[in-house]
Every structure is written in structure tokens, then in C-alpha cells.
Design a protein around this ligand. Structure first.
Ligand code: BV8
Ligand code: ZN
Length: 248
């Protein structure tokens, strides 16, 4: 596996909430620890929930926004930055596709990140569409009110039943189809269309690698399934690449 990674001219990495877990950001399905234990994320991450109770939904997202800003990128995020620089440094292609909305990859130094599900750090008005960066302090109200038209503002994430950002899936699929190595990291591989990317890579003939704390529906389909924490496995992979040791 290490040798294939070392020779690869094109690598695609897709990450999910597990890649941020070691930064202390709760994964999606346990993002409801504590005061949120009584809600189902599948219920809160929908336009219907926002229409029904914009205050409750934006309180949940603002809590996650504040937590994401307080979190630091972990060793797994940093290993992906080193992998990208290695591949691009030898003229190869490296595409990081993420389902995560916390922007920790970008804060670690990853570039050209494709955010399939948007981000907590940009909010937009549901009435006039005005979009603004929200990487600062507390919101004035929940839901926040648009300064231009007084409309309610929502987090710039993709809710269940909503289309992904224009072109995001298309760009990710093109890269997945043509890559030599596809890695799926820290995702339960149950949310579509993101979870379908590994199959695009398999059809394109890529070597596929899963790094995840537990088995998923993708585990049986990938070339190499590595069970464990991304914050440990990714740095070890990059260390072996950097010392040129291919015994793996
Ligand atoms: C779409 C943003 C069509 C919000 C998210 C019925 C009704 C309606 C829709 C559907 C339906 N059936 C299917 C669908 C489609 C639906 C879907 O896939 N549903 C599934 C659940 C059945 N998909 C959609 O609705 C998508 N849109 O299809 O639109 C359309 C087309 C045109 C026009 C209109 C509509 C939109 C999906 C995006 C939803 N938004 N997030 C928010 O964050 O609140 S998805 C949400 O789940 C997360 O953001 C994340 O992106 C996604 C997957 O979660 P994971 O990242 O995998 O996290 P999870 O906690 O599940 O797993 C973490 C894993 O990490 C675990 O396996 C764990 O073991 C592992 N782990 C933990 N620690 C570590 C670790 N691994 C390694 N190291 C560690 N340290
Ligand atoms: Zn507005």
C-alpha cells in the first residue's frame, strides 16, 4: 500500500467527522452529546427543522460553530497537508474532498478542499441570500438577522434533502474516477451522494483505502481497510513515505 501511495500520480482523500474527532469535535452522530442528547441529528439537519424552530436549530449550529473555532487541527489533518505537499511537489495531483463543515482541514493548511456539505463558518440570509463569514464571536441573536433585509440567516451547510453545492460532487467524481489512490477516512459511509465516491474510484481502477475506527458499508469494498484512529494511522503512513520505507 505504501509503495502504491509513493508512486501515485493522483490521490483523492475523502474525510468525514472521524477525521475531526481527535480535535475534540464530536462526530455527526454523537454531535448530540450533552444537552442535545434528546434530539436526532437527522431531525435537526433539515430545512423542515429550521422552518419549524429556527431558534433551536441555529442554537445547535452556533454551538457547533463556536466549538469548531475553539478546536485545533489534529495530527491526522497535518499528515494530510504533508501528503498533499509531497504529491504536488513531485507534479502529482492531490484532491481533498470533505463532508466536514468545521474547516479544520483549511486551518491545518490543506488547499483546494472540496466541501461537499458546506461549512458552519459561513451563514446566509434565507430571504436575500446574502452570505457572510462567521468566524468570529457570538451571534447577536439566534437565528441571526440579516443586516440588509431583516431576514433570518441560516448556517451555510447542506441539510438532508438539499442539493450539494453546485459542481462540488461533479469535481469530486472526476478526480475520483481518474485517481490512482482513493482514501476514505473517518466516515460512516452512509450519507449519499458522498458515500458513492469510493465506488466511482473503484470503477476507475484506483487502489482504495479506508481508515476508520469501526467497520462501515465500504469496508468490504476497499483494497485496504485499516481499523483505527486517523490521528495515529495517517502520521504513520506519511512517516513511512518520508523515510522511504515501503515495507507495509
Ligand atoms: C441529497 C451537514 C438530493 C449538516 C450533512 C430519504 C429522505 C431524504 C433524503 C434521503 C433519503 N434517503 C437517502 C437520502 C439522501 C440523503 C442521505 O444520504 N441520507 C442517508 C442518511 C440515508 N442525502 C441527502 O439528503 C443529501 N442531499 O441527496 O439531495 C437532491 C438533489 C437535487 C436537488 C435536491 C435534493 C445531503 C446530505 C448532506 C447532509 N448534511 N452534514 C450538518 O453537519 O449538520 S451530512 C452529516 O452526515 C455530516 O455532516 C457528515 O457529512 C455526514 C456523514 O457523517 P460522517 O462524517 O460519516 O460522521 P459519522 O458520525 O456518521 O461517522 C464518523 C465515523 O468516524 C464513524 O464511522 C466513526 O467510527 C469514525 N471515527 C470516529 N472517530 C474516529 C473515526 N475514524 C477514524 N479516526 C477517529 N479518531
Ligand atoms: Zn437578507
Amino acid at each position: 500500500m505504501i509503495e502504491a501511495l509513493d508512486r501515485a500520480e493522483s490521490i483523492v482523500v475523502m474525510t468525514g467527522a472521524g477525521a475531526s474527532a481527535e480535535s475534540g469535535v464530536p462526530t455527526f452522530r454523537d454531535a448530540l452529546t450533552g444537552l442535545w442528547a434528546k434530539y436526532d441529528p437527522m431531525e435537526l439537519a433539515t430545512p423542515q427543522a429550521f422552518a419549524r424552530d429556527a431558534e433551536l436549530v441555529t442554537r445547535w449550529y452556533d454551538r457547533r460553530r463556536v466549538d469548531a473555532l475553539a478546536a485545533q487541527p489534529n495530527a491526522g489533518h497535518e499528515a494530510l497537508v504533508r501528503m498533499q505537499r509531497r504529491v504536488e511537489g513531485r507534479g502529482g495531483r492531490f484532491t481533498l474532498v470533505t463532508q466536514n463543515v468545521d474547516r479544520l482541514h483549511q486551518r491545518a493548511g490543506s488547499t483546494g478542499v472540496i466541501e461537499l456539505h458546506g461549512t458552519l463558518l459561513r451563514w446566509r440570509c434565507v430571504r436575500c441570500g446574502e452570505e457572510r463569514d462567521e468566524s468570529g464571536g457570538a451571534m447577536a441573536s439566534l437565528p441571526p438577522v440579516c443586516a440588509s433585509c431583516g431576514g433570518a440567516r441560516r448556517p451555510g451547510v447542506v441539510w438532508f434533502g438539499e442539493a450539494l453545492p453546485e459542481g462540488a460532487m461533479e469535481r469530486a467524481a472526476i478526480e475520483a474516477e481518474r485517481c490512482d489512490v482513493f482514501m476514505t477516512i473517518g466516515t460512516s459511509s452512509v450519507v449519499y451522494p458522498a458515500a458513492g465516491l469510493v465506488d466511482v474510484a473503484i470503477r476507475g481502477g484506483a487502489m482504495t483505502v479506508e481508515i476508520n475506527a469501526e467497520a462501515t458499508p465500504a469496508t468490504g469494498r476497499v483494497t485496504h481497510a485499516l481499523a483505527g484512529r486517523s490521528g495515529e494511522i495517517l502520521p504513520e503512513i506519511v512517516r513511512r513515505l518520508e523515510v522511504g520505507r515501503h515495507d507495509a
